[in-house]
Design a protein around this ligand. Structure first.
Ligand SMILES: Cc1cc2nc3c(=O)[nH]c(=O)nc-3n(C[C@H](O)[C@H](O)[C@H](O)COP(=O)(O)O)c2cc1C
Length: 201
């Protein structure tokens, strides 16, 4: 079953979310949840007006690179009745990209105030992959303790901290490095960046 949940929370780094959605293969179904703060940061950082434009429409204006064309269904963050709020609704996993320190805290402490947080909690209780692309710097001890708690509950903390060994030439190369790692953890095939040991372009 090719269905994933993508959560976008109110951290900087909305290009990570956009390039993730662009690259999801066409035979995948994405259930998308955007927090209220994320909605505003999406608009200020990359110009996407989530409630006015579909992702396909936004991407066509934003970039000349192709959108792979996955099916995206948006669930309002305040709708606790959405299918993804239940463990009986099957998915292959969930990524929160980018993940704020506040949403990390909610995940780590089982505090499910909105649909995004509830769905993350469902992925933990159902023992399904949950990736947190955390974006904050520097960290204080509570952030570090929350990372530990989330990890012990079954999440994977995958910080938005790209490597440079693939010789990035532009911002998109750095962003795709992180998107590629999230795809690997969700078992989604991709050719976003060369793997170590493969020839670099
Ligand atoms: C422009 C902007 C950028 C932000 N960047 C970050 C960030 O990178 N990391 C973070 O943890 N919080 C960041 N915040 C703060 C969060 O948005 C805030 O803690 C919010 O409550 C997160 O809620 P959410 O996780 O439910 O979206 C930012 C806020 C704004 C307005």
């Amino acid at each position: 079953m090719k269905r994933i949940v993508v959560g976008i929370s109110g951290a900087s780094g909305m290009l990570y979310a956009a390039r993730f959605l662009r690259a999801v293969p066409a035979d995948y179904q994405v259930r998308l949840i955007v927090s209220p703060v994320a909605e505003k940061i999406l608009k200020t950082e990359i110009g996407w007006q989530v409630k006015k434009q579909s992702f396909g429409e936004f991407w066509a204006q934003f970039s000349s690179e192709p959108f792979n064309g996955c099916q995206i269904e948006l669930h309002p963050a305040e709708n606790h009745f959405a299918p993804v709020a239940s463990g009986s609704f099957l998915t292959q996993g969930m990524v929160i990209i980018p993940c704020s320190a506040k949403t990390l805290s909610a995940v780590a402490n089982g505090y499910t105030a909105n649909l995004l947080e509830r769905t993350a909690d469902v992925h933990l209780k159902e023992r399904r992959p949950l990736l947190l692309v955390l974006r904050e710097t520097p960290y204080h001890l509570t952030h570090i303790e929350n990372m530990k708690k989330a990890t012990m509950a079954g999440a994977t903390v995958l910080p938005a901290s790209p490597g440079f060994y693939h010789h990035p030439q532009k911002i998109e190369d750095l962003v795709d490095f992180i998107v590629a790692r999230t795809f690997d953890h969700l078992n989604i095939d991709h050719q976003l960046t060369p793997r170590w040991g493969e020839k670099h372009a």
